[in-house]
Design a protein around this ligand. Structure first.
Ligand code: B1M
Length: 210
């Protein structure tokens, strides 16, 4: 669909003003939020990632594309988080220490909210101690960690070890994800679950709280 391509181009160029407008237009023309999300927004960021990897663009361009992506995502947020029911459980989520990528994590949080879960979002660069503190303060059933850098993935393991050290590990299920994270990595660090995308992360979290 042409409009999806237009949205993708606007995000790639970092147009945070027009991208959300086009998303609204696509929604009113009857295209579903999921289609816009997957075929325009996420697609745009993977093109940006590829260009960045090939040194065709640099951090400033990636940053402005990310801003446009976030602005566009704000339009979809009410639809993705729409739920008429009382929360069925609680999740503490964050991007691990040293990692500032939050678009995927925000998406996971939105999908979880939309699945009827209460989500406590600790933000980015979350230290193991902060995850532990949140478990003590909010008593969630699930701790969800996101990492986008191979260099920050080990901080997922450190966080699980910290939970263990503080006697909190048995009180929560731990789910991990993010582009470089794999099922086998998740198993190797002792996580309870791994999800390749936001929708399956929400499904797993829902299963864990029931
Ligand atoms: Co960065 N970056 N970045 N970056 N960046 C990547 C991740 C990279 C792959 C780009 C590349 O080289 N192709 C690369 C990592 C390489 C590696 O580690 N192997 C990289 C790098 C190197 C860096 C810097 C080091 C660059 C530098 O400074 N030289 C730096 C690090 C900063 C830091 O974190 N300390 C950096 C900085 C940035 C920006 C700040 C400019 C910006 C982030 C803005 C922001 O998030 N607010 C940025 C961006 C935007 C990207 C790319 C282009 C896009 C990421 C994104 O938002 N994707 C990315 C390339 C890429 O991924 N193709 C890249 C869209 C998003 C929806 O997908 O986050 O994967 P994603 O989430 C997915 C799934 O992974 C999953 O669900 C989502 C989809 O449904 N998921 C989970 C995510 N979390 C989950 C948790 C779960 C389950 C599923 O359970 C809990």
């Amino acid at each position: 669909m042409e409009i999806l391509n237009e949205i993708s181009q606007l995000i790639q160029k970092g147009n945070a003003k027009l991208a959300p407008e086009k998303v609204k237009e696509a929604l009113s023309s009857g295209i579903s939020a999921e289609t816009i999300l997957n075929d325009a927004l996420i697609q745009a960021m993977s093109v940006v990632g590829e260009k960045f990897k090939n040194n065709e663009i640099y951090v400033p361009e990636v940053l402005i594309a990310a801003r446009a992506m976030k602005a566009a995502l704000e339009v979809l947020k009410p639809i993705l988080t729409e739920t008429g029911v009382k929360p069925i459980g609680k999740v503490v989520i964050g991007t691990v220490k040293g990692d500032l990528h939050d678009i995927g994590k925000n998406l996971v949080a939105m999908m979880m909210t939309g699945s009827g879960l209460e989500v406590i979002d600790l933000g980015v660069d979350v230290a193991p101690e902060k995850f532990c503190e949140a478990v003590k303060n909010y008593s969630p059933q699930v701790v969800a960690m996101s990492a986008l850098l191979t260099t920050t993935m080990p901080n997922m393991k450190t966080t699980i070890e910290k939970l263990q050290e503080q006697g909190l590990r048995d009180k929560v299920k731990v789910i991990v994800g993010g582009a470089p994270v794999t099922e086998s990595f998740a198993k190797s660090i002792g996580a309870d679950g791994y999800a390749p995308d936001a929708a399956s992360a929400a499904e797993i979290a829902k299963k864990f709280v029931q």
